[in-house]
Write a protein that binds this ligand. Structure first.
Ligand SMILES: O=c1[nH]c(NC[C@H](O)[C@H](O)[C@H](O)CO)c([N+](=O)[O-])c(=O)[nH]1
Length: 153
């Protein structure tokens, strides 16, 4: 059996990060987690580019543009959509989710989904820190693995 699996080695990878500003107390921590994970796996800060967007609704367009440049081995989408404060929670979270998935397939560049969709701020905080893990860190690991897997096909 031939087994293909992406290594968790980020050395030499060029990575784009799309960082949503809405709920930036949360998304800032997602960013810290993602960057820490990229560095721990050997990425160089010189090979990381961050594009800031107003909110999660804008993530897909920026992520697609980044991926389309052909300059990145992977893109990481970071955002926080919290139902408690979002009258149109479904629309923002659904569009961000569908948009990132479509951009990944359209561009054939891995775009890791690090957009928190939670009912409460507390849940978001717990997923952006150390308690229940950091969604930004998890997204970074996925980005590294997928970038390396795709280069094996
Ligand atoms: O990223 C978020 N954007 C949110 N709205 C802004 C949206 O992403 C767009 O930036 C805005 O609609 C302008 O296009 C949120 N809420 O509405 O609460 C939210 O919780 N999270």
């Amino acid at each position: 059996i031939t087994e293909l699996e992406g290594e968790l080695d980020a050395s030499g990878l060029s990575v784009g990060i799309v960082l949503s500003r809405f709920n930036d107390l949360i998304t800032g921590k997602l960013f810290d987690g993602a960057l820490d994970t990229l560095m721990r796996h050997g990425a160089s800060e010189d090979d990381v580019t961050v594009a800031r967007v107003p909110g999660s609704f804008e993530i897909p367009q920026a992520a697609k543009r980044m991926a389309e440049t052909g300059e990145y081995d992977a893109v990481i989408a970071l955002g926080a959509v919290i139902r408690g404060e979002t009258p149109h929670f479904e629309y923002v979270s659904n569009e961000a989710t569908k948009g990132v998935a479509k951009a990944t397939l359209d561009t054939d560049v891995p775009i890791a989904f690090g957009v928190l969709t939670t009912d409460t701020t507390e849940q978001a905080i717990n997923r952006a820190g150390v308690k229940q893990g950091n969604k930004g860190s998890e997204a970074a690991e996925s980005a590294i693995e997928m970038a390396n897997l795709l280069s094996e096909f």
